[in-house]
Write a protein that binds this ligand. Sequence first.
Ligand SMILES: Cc1cc2nc3c(=O)[nH]c(=O)nc-3n(C[C@H](O)[C@H](O)[C@H](O)COP(=O)(O)OP(=O)(O)OC[C@H]3O[C@@H](n4cnc5c(N)ncnc54)[C@H](O)[C@@H]3O)c2cc1C
Length: 596
Amino acid sequence: MPTYKAPLRDIEFVLHEVFDAEKHYQSLGFSDVNRELIDTILAESAKFTEQELDPIRHSGDEIGARLTDGKVVTPPGFTEAFNAYRENGWAAMSCATEWGGQGLPHSLMILFHEMAFTANVAWCAAGTLTHGAIRAIEAHASDELKAAYLPKLVSAEWTGTMCLTEPQAGSDVGLVKTRAEPENDGSYRITGTKIFITQGENDYSTNIIHLVLARLPDAPKGPKGISLFIVPKFLPTPKNEPGSRNAVSCGALEKKMGLKASPTCVLNFDGATGWMIGSPNGGLAAMFTMMNAARLDVGIEGLGAAELSFQGALAYARERLQMRAPTEPVCPEKPADPIIAHPDVRRMLMTQKALSEGCRALAYSIALALDTQDHASGDVKKQAADLIALLTPINKAFLTDRGLECANYGVQVFGGHGYICENGMEQIVRDVRIALIYEGTNGIQANDLIGRKLAGSRGKLVFDYIDQAEAFCLGNKFERLASMVASLQQHLKEWRQISEHILDAGKQGPNYTAAVAVYYLDYAGYVVLAYLWARMAQVAAEQLAKGTGNTYFYDAKLITAQFYFEQILPRTRSLVELVKASPASIMGLPEDCFGF
Ligand SMILES: Cc1cc2nc3c(=O)[nH]c(=O)nc-3n(C[C@H](O)[C@H](O)[C@H](O)COP(=O)(O)OP(=O)(O)OC[C@H]3O[C@@H](n4cnc5c(N)ncnc54)[C@H](O)[C@@H]3O)c2cc1C
C-alpha cells in the first residue's frame, strides 16, 4: 500500500529555486508572503494531507459513498477530514478578505490541492469545486448574490457544484435542455435533469450551491443560448442561513470505476428557484471561469497519480527480491536482488520520476501565472493570460495522460501484487482514469489547443512561448547542459514548423486538424516539459557550480533531466510523423465497413 509522503524538497526546488516564488509574490503586492510563510504553509499542508487524507484513501475506495433516503453518506473519516479542512482555515486560504478569506495568492491553494489530490483524490472535489464556484460568482454575479453566497462558500460551510452534463449533452453543452423560466421577482424556475454531478449531494456541508447551465424560453439554439444560474439546495434566509428546501434532489448515485468515495449524482431540478449569473445567453463564458480553474486542478490530479504511484513503486522495488541483477549480485547475502536493480524496473521508475517532476514544474508555472493574471495589470497581466490560455489544455490533457501512464507503471512494478486490491496500486489507475474524461475530454482539450489557441491566435500564443524558450537556450553557459539545450532548440524549431504546417492546413481538407489534434497536443506537451526540464537542470548545474546545498539532490536532477531528454523526449519522433501524415486512412474506411 503506498503511503503518501509529500515531496517537500522537490516542491520547494520548483517553487523557490526554479520560479523564485517569494519574488513573484512580492512583485504582486503580497509583501507578507515570504519564504518562511510559504514553507510553513507547505509543511502544514504536508501534515494535513499525510495525516488526515492518506489514511482514509483505501478504506474510502472499499466502502464508497452511499445514498440512503435521498441523503449521501460518505465513507468514515471523510466528513471529519472536511471539517478539519474548514476549521483549520484551508478552505479560505486564497479567498478574498472581503468575504472572510485570508487573501493569500491562489497558487498557494493549488500547492495544497496537489498534496490533497495525491493523498486522496476522491476526497478533494468538494473543496476544489467550491473554489471554482467562488471564482465564477466573484467574476460574474451581482453584488447581492455575492453577499448572499460568498461568505458561506469561502468558509466551506456550504459547498459548490458545477452542473453542465445532461444525458444528451456531454462534450456538446450546446445541447443542454434544462429550462429556466423567469419569475416576476427576478428569480427563475429551473427544470431539467443533470447527470454525473460531482458532490451534487454530500454530508460535508449544510447547503449545496449548484451552478447550473440552462436555457431561457427565447434562447437561440446551441452554445450561444445558454445561461448560468445559481441554484441552492436550501434557499438562504435574509440572515444567509439555509432556509426552506429548494426543488432540487438527488435521484441516484452512479456506480463507477474509481473515485468511489466521491458521490456522482443524478440531480433533478423540478421548478427549483435560481438566479442568473452573468448575462442572458452568456452562461458558457461565465462557466468557463469555473472550468479553467477546474482544468488546472484536473491536470494536477494526473500529477498526483504519477507521484503516488511512483512513491509506491519505489518503496516496493527497493524491498522486493527477484532474480539477480544482470551485472553482478547487488545483495549477495540475500537469496535474490531487489528488483530496483533490473534495468526494466529502473526504466519504469525513472519514467515515473521524470514525468512527475516535469509535470509539477508545468502545473506550477500555470499556478503562478494565475496569480499574475489576478493581481497584475497591463502587458504583464495580458502575457500571463496568454500563457494560461496556451498551457491550460496541454496541462489538463498531458498531465492526466501521463498520470495514467505512470499509474500503470506502478501496477507493473508490483507485478501480480499490483493487480491485487489490498496493495492499493490498482486503485490509482481506476481513480485517475476519469481525469482524462471530465472537465472536457482530452480529445476536446486537443481541439481547443489546435483550434482556439493555435489557429485562433494565428499561432501567436505558441510562437511567443517558443520565443521565450529559445531565449533561454541562448543563455546557457553549462557544458553539462549542452546536448539537452541543443535538442530543445531543435524541438522548438520543429514545433514552430509543424504549427505553421497546421496553420496552413486548409489544403489538407476539413478533417486534417481534428485528426492530428491529439498528436499535436502530445508533441507540445513533451516539448514544454523539455523546456522546463532544461530550466530545472540549469538551476541544478548552478548550485553544483557554487558548491552549495545537497550535491546528491542536484546531481539527481541532472541525471533525471538527461533521462527525460534521452528516453522520453524521443517519443516526439513518431508524433511529428503523425502530425504531418494525411488523415486519409483515419477517415477512409466507410462507416458500414467497420465490422462484418
Ligand atoms: C465521475 C464523473 C464525474 C463528473 N463530474 C461532473 C460534474 O461535476 N459536472 C458536470 O457537469 N459533468 C460531470 N461529469 C461529466 C463529464 O464532464 C462528461 O462525461 C464529459 O464532459 C464527456 O461527456 P460525455 O460523457 O457525454 O461524452 P461524449 O461527449 O458523448 O463523448 C464521447 C466521446 O466522443 C468524443 N467526442 C465528442 N465530441 C467530439 C469532438 N467534437 N471531437 C473529438 N471527439 C469528440 C469525446 O472525446 C469522447 O471520447 C462527470 C463524469 C464522471 C464520469
